[in-house]
Design a protein around this ligand. Structure first.
Ligand code: SIN
Ligand code: CO
Length: 380
């Protein structure tokens, strides 16, 4: 299933992106849910999948974390089941992210899917990330407030909410409608009936995360061992003083590291890491190179595992947190561009034995797999 998103990206970026929320009616005309509530519940029973159940009871807000063993105790109203990174586990649902690749792969985070019964929702809250929330089956009322500074509180240790807010958007979404919410705009969704919502979330690292990520890299690579030197040490008025020049030199030692040639490889590794577990299942037995060649000769396409990030930065390519260097640029572009790689596109490239070896390595790592592989696995 492929999804056509009716959006004028240039206008959207100029008017709304990171500026204000907007509802786009029938952004996905004739929207068909790629997943059923039962399938979503099944995913929430898996160990590797991150899920939670948020409910509102007479005793207040409750949060339970998956994996769930059953859903027997649920009431008819006032709860919502939320499953993170469904794009990693459910290829049909992952297709929903494809139209948003227009905004760049590194900014994209994951696809969170919620199933809510009437009156179900997580309450009024803020997110740190841009999010596109698509309405699937059912109808849900969405209220969005302005991004005034607004205090957060925890009605439950695992829930961060905001106080009631005045709405600048207050509308009922129907299947195929979409609401875009920039970071910091309070919002709340309440279901009118059983309802599926798809949240395509975007990541935006903080300075803190960047600095600590870079510091980890500096330690791992044993960089930055040059020490402070002061052959021109000057006398000062007071022993307690740190001179401005000295402080500047120390700051310079830090910025020198950030400006060094190491910044790009670190950034590529950092940004290409997935924040959620990937469904990596290396093939057993491993593929031989001639088997890869044969599958491509038969026209079998290759699929990238859901959520795997392949990024290109300067002249370098990064796959899942690792630099993938010394490869044919045409091969790298193919890996980076399309989530499905057609056999015909790869065939001319694997005449080069290095490329065939590298491709076989990526398949054996479980990063790409041939179409139809899962079905075969299920049969055996
Ligand atoms: C939901 O689908 O209920 C939550 C989406 C969100 O508010 O971020
Ligand atoms: Co939210």
């Amino acid at each position: 299933m492929s999804f056509e998103l009716a959006i004028d990206w240039p206008t959207f970026l100029t008017t709304y992106w990171q500026k204000k929320p907007v509802i786009i009616r029938q952004a996905f005309p004739d929207f068909q849910d790629p997943i059923t509530p039962d399938e979503l519940a099944g995913l929430a029973m898996e160990n590797e999948v991150d899920s939670r159940l948020v409910s509102q009871t007479a005793a207040g807000w409750q949060v339970a974390h998956g994996p769930f063993s059953d859903f027997d105790q649920l009431t008819e109203t006032h709860w919502s089941l939320l499953v993170q990174a469904v794009n990693h586990w459910h290829p049909a649902a992952a297709e929903l992210m494809q139209p948003f690749r227009a905004l760049s792969d590194w900014r994209m985070d994951d696809l969170m899917i919620s199933f809510s019964v009437p009156e179900g929702g997580v309450g009024p809250h803020l997110d740190q990330y841009d999010v596109f929330i698509i309405q699937g089956a059912g109808r849900r009322r969405w209220r969005v407030g302005n991004n005034d500074v607004i205090a957060q509180h925890s009605p439950h240790p695992d829930l961060l909410q905001v106080a009631p807010f005045d709405a600048i958007i207050d509308e009922i979404l129907e299947p195929g409608d979409l609401v875009y919410i920039p970071p910091g705009f309070p919002h709340e969704g309440y279901s009118l009936e059983n309802s599926l919502n798809y949240s395509v979330g975007f990541r935006a690292p903080s300075g803190k995360e960047l600095l600590s990520g870079f510091a980890d890299y500096v330690l791992a690579q044993e960089l930055g061992s040059r020490r402070y030197q002061d052959p021109a040490l000057a006398l000062r008025d007071s022993a307690s003083e740190v001179l401005a020049d000295e402080a500047e030199q120390l700051r310079g030692m830090m910025t020198e590291l950030l400006r060094s040639a190491e910044f790009t490889p670190w950034l590529g590794e950092f940004l290409s890491q997935s924040r959620h577990e990937l469904d990596i299942a290396p093939p057993q037995p491993a593929y031989q190179e001639d088997e890869v060649r044969q599958a491509l000769d038969e026209g079998t396409p290759l699929y990238r595992v859901g959520g795997l990030k392949v990024l290109q930065l300067a002249t370098q390519t990064f796959i899942n947190g690792e630099r993938f260097s010394d490869a044919d640029p045409a091969f790298l572009r193919l890996l980076a561009q399309d989530l499905t790689i057609e056999a015909e596109a790869l065939q001319p490239l694997i005449d080069d034995t290095t490329t065939l070896t590298q491709l076989t390595g990526l398949i054996n790592a479980g990063y790409w797999h041939f179409a139809g592989e899962e079905e075969e696995e299920e049969e055996t």
